[in-house]
Structures are given as structure tokens and as C-alpha cells.
Design a protein around this ligand. Structure first.
Ligand SMILES: [Ca+2]
Length: 475
């Protein structure tokens, strides 16, 4: 009986809260770059300090199975902005799929685009149709201004966003960034971007308090170059490290990023709009590290995603599973956690529903809205897909790969990866074996066949471009 009675009160409160909703909330979407699944204290790090994000998690909902569409930067951002999987927009990787040593590539990678077609109706344009003011701060990586930058893709203002995937002038001013005026010497880029975002929040609320605001803050941090504030890094150098988390400069970068989040959250408090603001924090791919868990000969990297296998650039969990925190007052329950899998393409339909925006007419969308999950209900089970028809080289050893061309599917707890060079299938049960240590493709033939059929059907449906065999004469 008690099991039946207990949920009634929360359900009633949720119902009252959602039926009382009038104006759409402000939306703050913060995306860290290359931040791994265990890189926040509230996601397991015992070395990096992230008090602001830990506090956000205590007042909101933690998502332990959020996936990025890409194992690296640009594809995830393209999927976030378009609500579409990579085969729809053609951005599968950063730059070219023909990375690494040519002679070691057994296949010819599929063509890759580096610019998001401006005909695609983006997340920013979608929120704009619902009356949102839209502002971009940080790394865009989907094309150059003035033809395909943030301003051409639906953002009213842009601080620092252009085609580059890492800060050209490093993390300290002068930035060598045409979309960002230099600050005082030694100003830190992460501090600057969060200060600009906080400023825009303050000015917006003072001038147009009734207009909803969309803040998109894709930090350049904690992507390479690994450059930290010297004092903070020196402090970390004196602290006890933890397994895999032992780089003081990287730790300092993570903490500075967390402080930037704190600065933005403080602006919401200061302007008294915290209760009317949806905050989402996540990352664009897994942490740069953990490679020795996937291939003993690869150097380990800068951080570690253990217990996940591998890291950035791989379709193993370490490359695509990222931390996520959502706080939506009146909806998300404080200090709650969900293990329901989500993926980047879910953001556009979710934020469209929350904002009251119509989905782009005639534009295919691949994700689903997870508003139900924020309100404490379940989502239907559905397959999630990845397609990476190119190569990513490993650092430190010539001819070694982080990934060769591959696709993957997750359904329930099962995950299948197909490697195209040799047709190899790897099947893992991510519930019992989150570290993907036991390939069950041989012992679970029925599951393997089912997932492989789902994956091949999906590739046909979305017209996924495939790598091709090398010409016999050329090989
Ligand atoms: Ca990234």
C-alpha cells in the first residue's frame, strides 16, 4: 500500500506546477568541451573540484546515460543545432575522415562536411520563432562568420564563436579571436565567456524582463591546449591525485570551467530569475584519455573515463557518454538521478516543447522530447545510433587508431558496435558490464542479430554514407 500512496503527492505537485506554467522559461544551455563522464566531483572525480556543478546537481537532476552523437566535437554540435543525426547533415567528424597514416587505412572514409548548411533550421532559430532572445558564447565549430557562424544560424549575438575547434591564441588574452575583443593581458577565456554571459543575462532582465532568453554557452574549455591559471594549477600539484585524474593543469581548467558556471548561475540568482530558468549542463564528447583501457599500447591521455572504456574519438562508452545535469524549478526533483539513455538529437525537440516553439516544418528530426523525464515520468525505450565512417588517429604511436570506421546502436542495456574494416561485431551489456570488457557477440547470437538488423536498417533509412574499399590497383 505504501508503494501506492507515496508517489501521489509528488505527482500532484508536478501536475500543479506544470498546469500553472504560463510564460516559457529562460534557457541556459552550457556545453563543456571534451569533459569526460567522471570529470565532475558529482560524477565521481576525487581530484577535480567542481562545487558549483555539484550544487546544481543537488538542486536538479543528474543524467548518468547521456550520449553525444559524435565521439568528437563538430558532429555533436551539428546534431545539437539541427536535431538530426550526422547522415542527414553530413558532419561526421572534425575536418576530414582521412586522418592518421594513409598506408594504415584499410578503407576510404566517407566524405565529410565541415559547415552546417544554413538551410537547416537550428535550435537557436527554433527558439527565436517562440520569441526568445538568443545569445552564443564560445565555441561554434560549424562554419565561419559571416556566412555560417552563430549569427547566420539564429543567434542574435555572438561572443567568440567561429569555425575553430580550439582557442587559436590559447586560453589567455590576447585571444587571436576575431569574434572576441581581447581583454586585459592574462584574462582567462573561460572567465571572460562566463562574465559576458552573466552580463547579457543582467542586461536582458533589466531591459526586457518579459522576453524569454536563450543563453548557449559552449565553453572552449576543457579542450586542449591544456593551459591553466598558474596559481590554481600549483595548488592542485600539492593535492593528492586519484587514479587516472592526476594532471594539475587539467584539474585547474576543470575548476575554472566550474567557476564560470557558478558565475552564470549567480547572475540568475542576482536577477531573481532562477525559478524561471531551465539550466542544462553537459559535454560534447568523452574525456581525452582512458585509451589504455581500449588498447594497451595507446598512451593514456590527460584524464580518465574509468570505469568506462576508452575516450574521446571512440564509440566505446568513454568516447560518447558524458555528464549531464538539468535544473528546471517546478519540474526536476532536487538531487534526483536518472539512468535513462538520452542523445544529443533529443535536445532540439525537448527545448522546442518547453519553449512552445513549433518544430521546423518539413525538417526531419531524429530525437524525441525528454520533457516527461524531467517531470519524473519514463520515456519509451528506443534505439540510439552512431555512425562514424572515418578514421581518428591515436596520439603517440604511428599507424594506431582511436577509431577506424564504425557504427553503433544501443537498445535497452545492449550495445552493438560494427567495425567496417573487418566487419567485426562487438556486443556489450552496458548494465552488467559498463566497462565493455566482455564481447558477447558470439554467445548472444539472437541479440547480436537483432541489434545488427536495427543498425543496418537505420543506416539505409538515413542514407548513411559508408566508407568504401580501396581500389585494388591502388592497394
Ligand atoms: Ca569536444
Amino acid at each position: 500500500m505504501s508503494q501506492l500512496r507515496l508517489p501521489l503527492l509528488p505527482l500532484l505537485l508536478i501536475f500543479l506546477a506544470s498546469s500553472a506554467r504560463s510564460a516559457p522559461p529562460h534557457i541556459v544551455l552550457i556545453v563543456a568541451d571534451d569533459l569526460g563522464w567522471t570529470d565532475l566531483a558529482c560524477f565521481g572525480s576525487r581530484y577535480y573540484r567542481t562545487p558549483n556543478l555539484d550544487r546544481l546537481a543537488r538542486s536538479g537532476m543528474r543524467f548518468t546515460a547521456t550520449y553525444t552523437c559524435g565521439p568528437n566535437c563538430a558532429p555533436t554540435r551539428a546534431c545539437l543545432m539541427s536535431g538530426q543525426y550526422s547522415p542527414r547533415h553530413g558532419i561526421y567528424t572534425v575536418g576530414s575522415g582521412a586522418r592518421g597514416q594513409a598506408a594504415a587505412r584499410k578503407l576510404v572514409p566517407a566524405a565529410n562536411k565541415t559547415i552546417l548548411d544554413t538551410k537547416i533550421v537550428t535550435l537557436a532559430e527554433t527558439l527565436g520563432t517562440a520569441g526568445y532572445a538568443t545569445a552564443h558564447f564560445g565555441k561554434w565549430h560549424l562554419g565561419p562568420p559571416p556566412t555560417a557562424g552563430p549569427r547566420q544560424q539564429g543567434f542574435d549575438i555572438n561572443f567568440g564563436g567561429n569555425r575553430t575547434g580550439s582557442p587559436r591564441g590559447g586560453y589567455f588574452s590576447p585571444y587571436r579571436n576575431p569574434q572576441l575583443e581581447d581583454g586585459p593581458k592574462d584574462e582567462h577565456l573561460t572567465d571572460r565567456l562566463s562574465a559576458e554571459a552573466a552580463d547579457v543575462i543582467r542586461r536582458h532582465v533589466r531591459k526586457t524582463p518579459d522576453k524569454p532568453l536563450f543563453i548557449y554557452l559552449p565553453f572552449y574549455a576543457v579542450h586542449t591546449p591544456i593551459q591553466a591559471k598558474p596559481k590554481l594549477a600549483a595548488e592542485y600539484a600539492r593535492r593528492p591525485t586519484a587514479a587516472g585524474h592526476d594532471n594539475p593543469k587539467y584539474a585547474a581548467m576543470v575548476e575554472t570551467m566550474d567557476s564560470g558556471v557558478g558565475r552564470v548561475l549567480a547572475a540568475l540568482d542576482e536577477m531573481k530569475i532562477t525559478d524561471q530558468t531551465l539550466v542544462i549542463f553537459t559535454s560534447d564528447n568523452g574525456g581525452l584519455g582512458g585509451y589504455s583501457s581500449a588498447d594497451k599500447e595507446l598512451p593514456n591521455g590527460i584524464t580518465d573515463n574509468a570505469p568506462l572504456k576508452g575516450g574521446k574519438g571512440m564509440l566505446y562508452e568513454g568516447g560518447i557518454r558524458v555528464p549531464m545535469i538539468v535544473r528546471w524549478p517546478g519540474h526536476t526533483r532536487a538531487a534526483s538521478t536518472t539512468t535513462t539513455p538520452l542523445i544529443t538529437v533529443d535536445f532540439l525537440p525537448t527545448l522546442a516543447e518547453i519553449s512552445g516553439a513549433a518544430l521546423p516544418p518539413g525538417q526531419i528530426r531524429d530525437g524525441i522530447s525528454f520533457v516527461k523525464l524531467l517531470n519524473g515520468k519514463n520515456l519509451p525505450e528506443r534505439p540510439l545510433f552512431w555512425h562514424f565512417p572515418g578514421y581518428l588517429q591515436a596520439y603517440g604511436r604511428r599507424g594506431a587508431w582511436r577509431t577506424t570506421p564504425a557504427s553503433a546502436v544501443r537498445l535497452g542495456d545492449w550495445k552493438l558496435i560494427e567495425f567496417f574494416e573487418d566487419g567485426r561485431l562487438e556486443l556489450y551489456h552496458t548494465g552488467r558490464d559498463i566497462g565493455e570488457t566482455k564481447n558477447l557477440a558470439g554467445s548472444e547470437p539472437a541479440v547480436t542479430r537483432r541489434l545488427h538488423a536495427l543498425l543496418t536498417d537505420w543506416r539505409t533509412r538515413v542514407k548513411a554514407q559508408m566508407p568504401t574499399g580501396k581500389d585494388d590497383d591502388a592497394s
